[in-house]
Ligand binder design. Structure first.
Ligand code: PMP
Length: 575
């Protein structure tokens, strides 16, 4: 077993180490960093970066062993099949399954849960049966069950959380009864970061004969999993969240259960016998659930990822991650503006894994995430595919810092310094805006004015500041005008649009959003379209306008799509 040395471990991740500006080691000095273009990757809960061995595995497979698996009798296919099945055995050992037959390859956690719901759920659930889901589940562990409940007449019940954000045991016990057929729960929520009392929950669910489905998407990379010891019926996870490739996932299921389940998809390799004259019979486990050509290169690369992570002392990795978590959590806790603490953590107490969710009072989470992005810091903002949890917490979304064992204390310090700088800039820009007000009255050349303002700014950081300044100049819509009718769908945050047409057929639009960055972008869009006729609006070349401003390439696809949705809506209104 290798001793875990953070710097050496980090060296294995080329994107993190070699990313343009990261050749310069990140330290606390902002000026040094601002001259380069770094990457501080704190979005590991979404997907982790990949070590060299995983990347090399793709090259090696396609250069030396590429063939389809299980189907052909030639030597190359045998070579590919051996490597492919070797990866399955690695997963079996990694989670301590009894047999390789219990390991089914899928595309990821989402597909694994869909497979369970569509095959097992559809078979056993009847009208009035109950499926219990934890309140903090990811949509991947909610929506498939909602679909099946609709088809079977089963009812979904919600397991509430305790004050620390874990599934509440007494409340869970009260939900259990003879109608409870399935219990689905994340080992760890991707927002809360606290380990659920999974063994106790499983035992309680079993006491009423329910089948247990555990979503281990956020757990597997942080601590060892022993499916026999926790005694769950199903355990699911994705390779890409544990240093492996995208497009590969695992469904672990107890063999006896898997044997009773009908296939999920039909096709090649999942059959024993197909005939038009007699019923089709199915292959043995695990192949019964693996229709079609699988992600062979991905599975083999995943095997490498498991080999990579298993080589290190897991306790040392966990300890290092814990120290990173404490450092980041405390630094956020101490963050203040005018001596007022401004961070609210999504749930009480230090998380068990390095996933820290929070909001900053007075700031929209998208604004902060975009501002951090301009410093090269990648964190996630939004509802994190856990909308029911957001509703329960009474927030529209939050910021999430999710760390991996290749992250460093220096990166956290840099992140905190940038956050401080962003918060300080916010008050500066209020002043700048006050000075600007009155100069930028609406006029027909508004878009040229925006272009002129942007011409002077070169870096994305400066452009970002400019957008935020413009956002402050956007007149806010009355509360009454921000309603379902004026809401624009397709935006990451809330945005509303209203229009008026005067007797000369000139359109005037007003828009608003709960995020400052979106208000800035709305200002830019409205500058292009306001006080024009329908013909002028249709003729305006918005693409080249955005290109001139250098905007779209810096916006996330979802935010870029949001802006394009607004443009579409305006054009639609001006038909
Ligand atoms: N469950 C949890 C707890 C997750 O964090 C995620 C990914 N964010 C998923 C399920 C879905 O995983 P995938 O997109 O890899 O299928």
């Amino acid at each position: 077993m290798k001793k875990f040395k953070p710097a050496l471990f980090r060296q294995q991740f080329p994107l993190v180490v070699n990313y343009e500006g990261n050749t310069l080691s990140i330290n606390n000095s902002l000026s040094q960093i601002e001259s380069s273009s770094p990457l501080v990757y704190f979005d590991n809960g979404a997907t982790t970066q990949k070590p060299n061995c995983v990347i090399d595995s793709y090259h090696s497979f396609y250069q030396t062993a590429n063939a389809n698996v299980h189907r052909s009798s030639h030597a190359l296919s045998a070579k590919a099949t051996t490597a492919f099945e070797h990866a399955r055995k690695r997963v079996k050992t990694f989670i301590n399954a009894k047999s390789y037959k219990e390991i089914i390859w899928t595309k990821g956690t989402t597909e694994s849960i869909n497979l369970i719901a569509m095959s097992f759920g559809r078979k056993i659930l009847k009208q009035g049966d109950e499926v219990i889901l934890a309140l903090s589940e990811h949509h991947a562990n909610i929506v498939p069950w909602q679909l099946i409940a609709e088809q079977t007449g089963a009812v979904i019940k919600i397991a509430e959380l305790d004050v620390m954000g874990r599934v509440d045991l007494p409340a869970f016990e009260r939900l259990l009864n003879s109608k409870t057929k399935v219990f689905c729960c994340a080992h760890l929520s991707n927002v809360i970061g606290k380990i659920n009392p999974i063994s106790e929950l499983i035992q309680m669910a079993k006491s009423v004969g329910a089948i247990t489905v555990i979503d281990g998407a956020q757990a597997v990379v942080h601590f060892p999993i022993d499916v026999q010891s926790i005694d769950c019926d199903f355990y699911v996870f994705s390779a890409h969240k544990m240093y492996g490739p995208t497009g590969v996932g695992v469904l672990y299921g107890k063999q006896a259960l898997l044997e009773t389940m009908p296939p999920y998809q039909g096709g090649g390799e999942m059959i024993k016998q197909v005939s038009f004259n007699s019923p089709t019979t199915f292959n043995s486990l695990p192949f019964k659930f693996e229709a079609g050509t699988p992600n062979i290169a991905g599975v083999i690369a995943f095997g490498k990822a498991i080999e990579f992570i298993s080589a290190y002392n897991a306790k040392q990795i966990r300890e290092y991650e814990k120290q990173l978590t404490i450092h980041c959590y405390q630094a956020l806790q101490n963050l203040s503006v005018s001596s007022k603490k401004i961070v609210t953590f999504t749930v009480q107490g230090l998380p068990d894994i390095p996933v820290i969710c929070f909001t900053l009072s007075g700031h929209h989470n998208h604004d902060i995430a975009t501002a951090l992005d301009s410093y090269g810091i990648a964190i996630r903002s939004g509802h994190h595919c856990a909308m029911p949890l957001m509703e329960y917490l009474n927030i529209s979304g939050c910021l999430r810092v999710s760390l991996a064992a290749y992250n460093t204390f220096e990166e956290i310090n840099y992140f905190i310094n940038c956050l401080k700088k962003i918060l300080a800039q916010e008050s500066d820009s209020s002043l700048a805006c006050a000075n600007n007000n009155g100069k930028n009255e609406k006029n027909e050349q508004a878009s040229s004015l925006v272009i002129t303002q942007f011409a002077a700014v070169k870096s994305w950081d400066a452009r970002h500041r400019q957008i935020m300044l413009l956002g402050k100049q956007l007149n806010r819509l009355d509360k009454s005008a921000r309603n379902e009718q004026t809401l624009i769908s397709g935006c990451e945050s809330l945005a509303w649009l209203v229009t008026q047409k005067n007797r000369h057929n000139i359109f005037h639009f007003q828009a608003d959003s709960d995020a400052k960055i979106i208000r800035g972008l709305l200002f830019i869009v409205l500058a292009a379209f306001n006080d024009k006729t329908a013909e002028q609006i249709q003729a305006f070349d918005i693409e080249s306008y955005f290109n001139t401003l250098g905007l779209i390439q810096h916006l996330s696809p979802s935010r870029g799509n949001g802006i394009l949705a607004i443009v579409d809506k305006i054009k639609g209104m001006a038909q």
